[in-house]
Design a protein. Structure first.
Length: 322
């Protein structure tokens, strides 16, 4: 990696001078926030992007300026990650089209939702953030070009909780929206690590990323006072640990690590790792949930294999047969 980027880098700065004509990307969740900015930056540099979205009408309005850009292209495809039927339908359309992707960015997600279940009965956050992407990416893995990349969005919130392989749907314990979110984001990191192990023989590398904190519409389930209280809690916890205050990033900055991992970074240096601020994050097992770095359990090879096997069981499909 010849050029150093960091927490304040923007997606356009990361891609400065990069020509993506002839490159093709799949991004889930391009209707707003990080996904929209990621798509915009890639298209601006000549890429062809397929944006998978739950609400096509909303996405068409939100992405109008990107689709009208003079360089690159953006097309939309319907995908509801909370429905395995929708996931399979989306995957089958992409397979029928047959064109390869240079990178897949599993960006879409939900955060701290009230308790709910997906169409298939999974706890909503785990089912959407992890199982939906697990089913989609594995079903279309043959479309990921040799030497391609998979980028899966995790979160600092993975530090809140490890995955629970015995009770992922909160059937035998009280539901906590932040514990559920943390578990789902630990799962996305473990998924990336195991996908990397399984596909590196093709030159494909996978990484999970912490994009950074920003005021996107991800916390739409939180009241303003709850969101303010969260910021205060984070600030206090970091101060007590002697850490600098957490800084909110602008939208172009939170998209930077996604495009860095998908395009610019040395794929063999980032493969199998958790990234933040356009760098490989250090392992940090201090109990502070608001510290930087990655908990070792989010990259644990044995846990990643166990989660993979369980995920196949839960979605009712062997990835060897997909």
């Amino acid at each position: 990696m010849t050029e150093k980027f960091g927490a304040k880098s923007t997606a356009d700065e990361v891609l400065d001078g990069v020509d993506l004509k002839g490159k093709r990307f799949l991004i889930t969740g391009v209707s707003s926030g990080i996904g929209l900015e990621t798509a915009r930056a890639l298209v601006a540099h000549g890429a062809s992007v397929v944006g998978a979205v739950r609400d096509l009408a909303k996405a068409e309005r939100a992405t109008a300026s990107v689709r009208d850009a003079p360089s690159g292209s953006l097309e939309l495809i319907e995908l509801d990650l909370a429905s395995l039927q929708s996931v399979r339908a989306c995957a089958d359309r992409l397979l029928a089209d047959g064109r390869r992707f240079d990178s897949i960015i599993a960006n879409a997600g939900v955060m701290a939702t009230p308790f709910a279940r997906t169409a298939d009965g999974f706890e909503l956050q785990f089912g959407t953030n992890h199982l939906g992407h697990f089913a989609l990416v594995n079903r279309i893995a043959s479309l990921l070009a040799d030497s391609g990349r998979l980028v899966v969005l995790s979160s600092q919130a993975h530090r809140v909780a490890d995955v629970d392989l015995d009770d992922p749907n909160f059937e035998r314990q009280a539901y906590d929206p932040w514990v559920a979110y943390g578990r789902s984001k630990t799962a996305t990191s473990l998924f990336a690590a195991e996908f990397d192990r399984r596909h590196r023989h093709r030159g494909i590398r996978a990484a999970s990323i912490m994009p950074g904190n920003s005021l996107t519409d991800l916390p739409r389930h939180l009241r303003q006072e709850d969101l303010q209280g969260l910021f205060e809690t984070v600030g206090k916890a970091r101060a007590e640990a002697g850490l600098p205050p957490a800084e909110l990033k602008d939208i172009p900055q939170v998209a930077a690590t996604s495009v860095w991992a998908a395009v610019v970074a040395d794929k063999d240096e980032i493969g199998g790792h958790y990234l933040e601020d356009c760098a490989v994050a250090p392992v940090n097992d201090t109990p502070n949930p608001f510290a930087d770095g990655v908990r070792s359990y989010a990259l644990d090879a044995d846990k990643a294999k166990q989660l993979w096997a369980k995920s196949e069981e839960w979605i009712g499909a062997s990835t060897a047969a997909i």
